[in-house]
Design a protein. Structure first.
Length: 336
């Protein structure tokens, strides 16, 4: 089987959190060690491990408006002080895959995108469909007019509450840190009962698609993260299990930049691939991804070929797992 032919069905209808399936994979062999559900996660970890979560809540990052007479969609991708970076799409909605959406009108600095009576966006810089904006309106207006970024494979539009993890705190992410979707308070309590440290950081989790092949090739963009001192202290001497690619990028990006984990808010441009030597993270809980997706490239830092392909083939053969956002999960660790 050629790697490029590997496909998994997308999660069209959202699973309930407790219904998320979990495939456990041994890093040394790429073989499945267990087929189960997310509630099994505490049993698959060891006392003394550290489970690290991205506690970012998801912004309503999709804004529909008009530039002159032209309809556009803004997808916010980053926030820096009072300015925002965004990707602009032409007419259409979430039912059309991003790569099939028409391009937006050519924007230049000084253009205004009117979103609502009390919310507009002033273009400060423009590089094709990638723009820097200043929003004229309150955060309340952003929540009034904005929607979460949607996915064409879904069976319906998602509400903002649909794309929040159970442990989300402040708005910081632009797409949901979806690897942790199925983790409930009960799962976290069970981890703590097994003496597994539950630690958090906050990561921006930017856009996964721009609709433009050249721009997609630059993903992920540089992203902010914040690591608390308590998390740094809590990781010492423990096997580190990252929940999602955003946690890997924050921890490994911090080490790559500073040579150690440094508390506070910083930015990383690290792209984790098979060429990256992991220095902090030992295991990964992630969604199910296939060759050709950026998240699959990060998976290969944990499972080099052909082990990564074997893991995906296992998920396909079971006919039980769903891919993409709000789908099922894979735990990649070294079995003790």
């Amino acid at each position: 089987m050629k790697a490029t032919t590997l496909t998994l069905p997308p999660a069209r209808a959202r699973r309930a959190r407790h219904e998320v399936r979990l495939l456990a994979i041994d890093r040394r062999t790429g073989a499945a060690t267990r087929h189960g559900r997310i509630a099994d996660l505490p049993e698959l970890l060891e006392p003394g491990d550290a489970l690290v979560l991205n506690d970012a809540a998801t912004w309503p990052a999709s804004l529909f408006g008009r530039c002159g007479d032209a309809p556009v969609e803004l997808r916010l991708a980053a926030r820096r002080g009072d300015t925002w970076r965004a990707v602009v799409f032409g007419d259409g909605d979430w039912r059309t895959p991003t790569e099939h959406r028409p391009p937006p009108p050519q924007l230049v600095p000084g253009d205004t995108i009117r979103v609502g009576e009390d919310l507009s966006a002033l273009v400060l810089e423009a590089e094709g469909r990638l723009v820097t904006l200043r929003l004229d309106g309150s955060i309340h207006a952003l929540y009034a007019y904005g929607h979460p970024v949607q996915y064409a494979h879904a069976d319906r539009a998602r509400r903002l509450e649909d794309v929040q993890t159970a442990y989300a705190t402040r708005p910081y992410a632009f797409e949901m840190p979806s690897a942790g979707w199925g983790i409930t308070p009960d799962v976290l309590h069970a981890c703590r009962r097994r003496e597994i440290a539950v630690l958090t950081l906050t990561h921006e989790a930017g856009l996964s698609s721009t609709g433009d092949a050249a721009l997609d090739a630059r993903l992920p963009f540089p992203e902010r993260y914040e690591i608390p001192r308590a998390t740094i202290d809590g990781l010492r001497g423990r096997r580190v299990i990252a929940v999602g690619t955003s946690v890997v990028r924050a921890l490994e990006g911090a080490y790559a930049r500073f040579g150690e984990l440094v508390e506070g808010e910083h930015e990383t441009d690290l792209v984790v691939t098979s060429r990256h030597e992991l220095r902090v993270v030992d295991g990964l809980l992630t969604g199910l991804h296939v060759p050709g997706e950026s998240h699959y490239e990060l998976l290969r830092a944990f499972l080099p070929e052909p082990l990564a392909t074997l893991a995906v083939q296992t998920a396909i053969a079971s006919a039980a797992y769903l891919a993409h956002e709000l789908g099922d999960a894979m735990l990649v660790t070294t079995t003790r």
